[in-house]
Design a protein around this ligand. Structure first.
Ligand code: ZN
Length: 313
């Protein structure tokens, strides 16, 4: 039975989480973790990134993980692709969704991707053409992710007008939708509200459904609340808050999936996720990566006595 959900959680742990973690998680452990996340009801998982293996040995098994995850019923299998070459490798194994990041701060873009905005947009156009060569039913959704949208560690303030400009250009270059990403953990709830409203006004609500937030300065869930207020329906999160370049000791980088599920369910918003199974997936992750610190309050405190989640458990 497929149940309706109100807010879609996209689990980015296997990609964004693992990519900044030193101990390599074995492929069999990753598969078991992905299975456990899907069994808990997580509707979308970003299973990896098609970057060169020499750059990120942790994610060298992405193609195998896509093939594996594609066999899981009703799971949306997402991947990150840095460029056309990565997208071509991804298309060979048919993920449901591909995300290409574009740093709104061009300084950041040059430093991290060694590409100007125009070069990234060229890659997007190439990816669009490669997708369109497939039968309609086989085409993955292409998302352009506006990284450093809320501020950049190199440039500092990133003008809101630049975010809008790049959103428009990504859509014109062939993205099906765009996403906002607080790569650096600078975002405030007001920014989240304003930027989302501006993009919705310019490009329509369908162009922007999702957001990627970090908890670097403890604002992760406050920013989620702002995103919900303006109608965003997909929120990225990472189990145990792993990854996402945590700069501040004691704080997670990515927002913690378990705490996000608790927030949403406690407000009567269905995520489709079962807590017991979600906590079981966390245990599996901890067992596979015993030296990695997992964050999150809800798994440690447990659910409040008498708590009844919106999603039938
Ligand atoms: Zn992140």
């Amino acid at each position: 039975m497929v149940q309706t959900i109100d807010i879609e959680i996209s689990e980015v742990g296997p990609r964004d989480g693992l990519q900044s973690i030193e101990p390599i998680m074995q492929t069999k452990d990753k598969k078991a973790w992905i299975n456990a996340l899907a069994a808990a009801g997580v509707p979308e998982i970003e299973v990896g990134s098609f970057v060169p293996q020499s750059l990120l040995p942790q994610l060298a098994d992405t193609a195998e993980l896509v093939s594996h995850a594609r066999h899981i019923d009703s799971l949306t299998v997402a991947v990150l692709v840095p460029n056309l070459k990565g997208a071509q490798n991804a298309l060979a194994v048919r993920p449901h969704k591909m995300t290409i990041p574009l740093s709104v701060s061009e300084t950041h873009s040059l430093k991290n991707l060694r590409r100007t905005h125009d070069q990234v947009l060229d890659e997007v156009r190439g990816i669009r053409a490669a997708i369109d060569e497939l039968e309609t039913a086989e085409r993955p959704k292409l998302e352009g992710s506006l990284s450093t949208a809320f501020g950049c560690t190199l440039e500092g303030d990133v003008p809101a007008s630049k975010v809008l400009e790049m959103a428009e250009k990504l859509m014109a270059a062939g993205c099906d939708e765009i996403g906002l990403s607080d790569t650096t953990g600078f975002a405030s709830p007001r920014q989240v509200r304003d930027y989302t409203r501006n993009i919705h006004q310019l490009l329509g609500p369908k162009a922007l459904a999702g957001i990627h937030l970090h908890n670097t300065r403890g604002q992760g869930l406050a920013n989620v609340m702002a995103a919900l207020e303006v109608g965003l329906t997909t929120v990225d999160a990472s189990m145990g808050g792993i990854g996402g370049c945590p700069f501040a000791p004691g704080a997670s980088g990515n927002i913690v999936t378990e705490d996000l599920v608790f927030l949403l369910e406690s407000m009567g918003l269905k995520t489709g996720i079962n807590f017991e199974k979600l906590f079981a997936a966390r245990q599996l992750l901890q067992k596979a990566l015993p030296t990695v610190e997992l964050f999150g309050f809800t798994p440690l405190a447990g659910l409040p006595k008498g708590f009844s989640p919106a999603t039938p458990q």
